[in-house]
Design a protein around this ligand. Structure first.
Ligand SMILES: C[S@@+](CC[C@H](N)C(=O)[O-])C[C@H]1O[C@@H](n2cnc3c(N)ncnc32)[C@H](O)[C@@H]1O
Length: 460
């Protein structure tokens, strides 16, 4: 599949100032996603040049410092894929675990503050309002509830405020859900007014903005969702943002990130809390130290003198050593259980042991790759490649191998494996489950791959 590059896109690509503009855009937006998508970036820049009536990038560069032009360019660049109840298991985890905990903690203050950072056109925010009202309506009576959605893209936020969506944003929702929460008018679905009471929307740049920022209301959140935003950022930006998000949360507050956004950086800042079907992340609470070992005595305090050694007992004949019974080789289920409990190191060890004993188990090599990737250890690329060698149709292994290459700056192989994964899904229906995807549907995976491949097909 190839897209012809238009003459004006080609002119932007050939313009000697293109690398300068590209560097500025990547730096100000953090959208490292465009690092290997020159033709996609050039196509969007070409649209802005035409709109502003300039032909050379050097002229456009003089316009870019102005907030309005920067915003207009961002409106072209941002990837705003979103829909209602996206990753339902994460909302389920919030309903079952995080929200009840916040309600207990805040029962005296009677406030609840939730932020959707990178909310695009707003479905995530309205999904939260629906979820809260459906499940905790009575308890929240008289509470002050804040549901803030922020994004870099003003055009998305305008649509969020209108709360009116095409069928695409509500896809997959059952009829009764649609009629309960939306008015259907002509071709669009508008969220009913009773589910638009708490939601509000503001512009905020997660890369340039300061966090926390109490003056703008960006502080003291109980829950922050930042899903499918950081995948477009490079690692230093992601790490900086994670620290900023932590600082906007109250102690013990909760963070939710997208499935592809869990990595070693997040474990360094948050405590993973595995719940069935999802992992939530929690800001450590200094008041909850009961489970931690007592602190070591300060170094300045001299250690007590050693106890005098007791007189040696007469040697007795040692008992015959008893061989411990052989430990069974862990199964993939054991690995999953350890991972679900948050014992990532033990899960990784168990998975290593499993692949040593069962070297032809493609699923085990794949899981090893994922665990190594999350831990920043081992060689996940090699593990995903082994999975693919053993099972060439392993689409999810192609997808994760592509992500692993992309994170390592190997953009050519990344593209190739994104395409393999896309082609592997071609014969499957959207609602089918992806093998080894733990609930991921073909449609969701197809959507994620399409985002990675968008725009840059022409260069092969
Ligand atoms: C794929 S959407 C995710 C929407 C929603 N969180 C979800 O998971 O359905 C990514 C959003 O991040 C926003 N975004 C990208 N870079 C941003 C930045 N530097 N600051 C704020 N938002 C940004 C984009 O405008 C886009 O709306």
């Amino acid at each position: 599949m190839t897209n012809a590059i238009s003459a004006r896109t080609q002119a932007v690509l050939d313009d000697p100032v293109f690398p300068v503009v590209k560097a500025q855009v990547l730096q100000r937006t953090g959208l490292a996603y465009y690092a290997d998508k020159d033709s996609a970036l050039a196509e969007r820049l070409a649209r802005r040049l035409e709109e502003r009536g300039v032909t050379r990038l050097s002229d456009y560069l003089t316009l870019l410092p102005a907030a309005a032009e920067f915003q207009a360019l961002v409106n072209e660049l941002a990837v705003g894929e979103t829909f209602f109840f996206r990753y339902i298991e994460q909302f389920e985890a919030l309903r079952a675990v995080a929200i009840p905990e916040c309600l207990r903690r805040n029962r005296n203050r009677r406030t609840l503050r939730i932020w959707s950072a990178g909310c695009a056109t707003g479905p995530e925010v309205y999904t939260l309002e629906i979820l809260l009202k459906q499940n905790f309506g009575a308890e929240l009576e008289g509470w002050q509830v804040t549901l803030l959605g922020t994004d870099l893209n003003r055009a998305f936020l305008d649509q969020a405020r209108r709360a009116s969506y095409s069928h695409w944003a509500v896809r997959g929702l059952p009829e009764d859900t649609l009629s309960a929460y939306f008015h259907h008018h002509r071709q669009s679905w508008q969220v009913r007014p009773e589910y638009r009471e708490w939601a509000r929307f503001e512009v905020f740049n997660l890369v340039e903005g300061r966090l926390p920022d109490p003056a703008r209301g960006l502080a003291a959140f109980d829950i922050v969702l930042c899903r499918n935003v950081m995948i477009y950022f490079d690692e230093p930006t992601r790490a900086r943002l994670l620290r900023g998000l932590r600082d906007t949360l109250v102690d013990g507050g909760w963070l939710v990130v997208g499935h592809a956004e869990t990595g070693p950086e997040i474990g360094a800042v948050f405590t993973p809390v595995p719940v069935p079907g999802a992992t939530l992340y929690r800001k450590p609470d200094p008041l909850c130290r009961a489970a931690e070992p007592p602190p070591l005595p300060p170094l300045a305090q001299p250690l007590p003198p050693p106890e005098p050694e007791p007189p040696r007992k007469r040697a007795v004949k040692p008992a015959e050593p008893v061989e411990p019974p052989p430990r069974p080789v862990p199964t993939l289920t054991d690995v999953e259980e350890l991972a679900e409990r948050g014992e990532r190191g033990a899960a990784l060890d168990a998975c290593l042991e499993l692949v040593e004993h069962d070297r032809f188990n493609a699923a085990a090599h794949f899981r090893l790759g994922q665990l190594e990737d999350e831990a920043g250890a081992g060689d996940p690329v090699a593990a995903f490649r082994r999975a693919l060698y053993l099972e060439p149709d392993f689409t999810l292994a192609d997808y994760h191998l592509a992500l692993a290459y992309w994170r390592r700056g190997k953009l050519g192989p990344a593209q190739r494996h994104f395409r393999n994964a896309r082609d592997g899904l071609a014969k499957h229906a959207d609602e089918e489950l992806v093998a080894h995807g733990r609930g991921l549907t073909v449609g969701e995976l197809r959507g994620m791959i399409a985002l990675w491949l968008s725009g840059d097909e022409a260069r092969g």
